[in-house]
Design a protein around this ligand. Sequence first.
Ligand code: NAP
Length: 222
Amino acid sequence: MHGSRAIGVMGGTFDPIHYGHLVAAEAARTCFGLSEVIFVPSGNPPHKADRSVSTPEHRFLMTVLATTTNPYFRVSRVEIDRPGPSYTVDTIEALRERLEADARVYFITGADAVMELMTWNRPEAILQMCELIAATRPGYPPADIRRLRKAIPEANAKRVHTIEVPALAISSSDIRARVAQGKPIKYLVPETVEHYILKSGLYGGQQVVGTGGGPLSGFWRR
Ligand code: NAP
């Protein structure tokens, strides 16, 4: 057992954040003895040019709403406030500057994203600065786990871990589709996030608002 502090960095688009993400973060925290988990909603994901992503402010606010009840969870604006594409290497570097030299950092994200790690900006630097925790959905094919392991250079193989998270049967894309079709998302996301989505009219859902017009219309930004 190491004596140094270990923290988790939970990276994702979180469009929207859901219970699968929250369970994955809590599982990583308890399995790896993390003193806290910092959620980092991506600001301008370089790999998402082909689909429109909700604004960083919407995704940030939903992440804050979802994490308030867990004393070990915090949310960072580091990627949202940094201009240009959101590269994980810059985020970990910025975080490392504020930590003790012997602190251990675990970057937690989805297994499919980790599979692409070697295509990210400066992957060797990422693997040097932190270990990775790849969260898998139930029924994740063993062949894909092998592919994930193969994608990581041998020398760093021990720095990439996998955790199976049954709650990751929930997915952001399914939630977006359900909202667009007017289907319920109750119990897939925290209630505060559900209300936020409906109130903001995100994902093509029927917007639920009080007074629509009047002198204040257009005063607040959607
Ligand atoms: P993604 O491609 O949208 O997601 C891939 C899969 O992983 C999806 O099934 C997704 O499910 C799941 N997933 C994403 N984040 C997760 C999390 N924190 N915990 C559990 N499952 C998660 O991935 P992404 O959200 O855009 O990117 C993931 C992270 O990798 C972000 O921090 C991003 O900045 C980083 N990244 C960096 C680079 C780079 O530096 N060049 C390139 C790519 C990704 P849901 O859709 O349900 O979340």
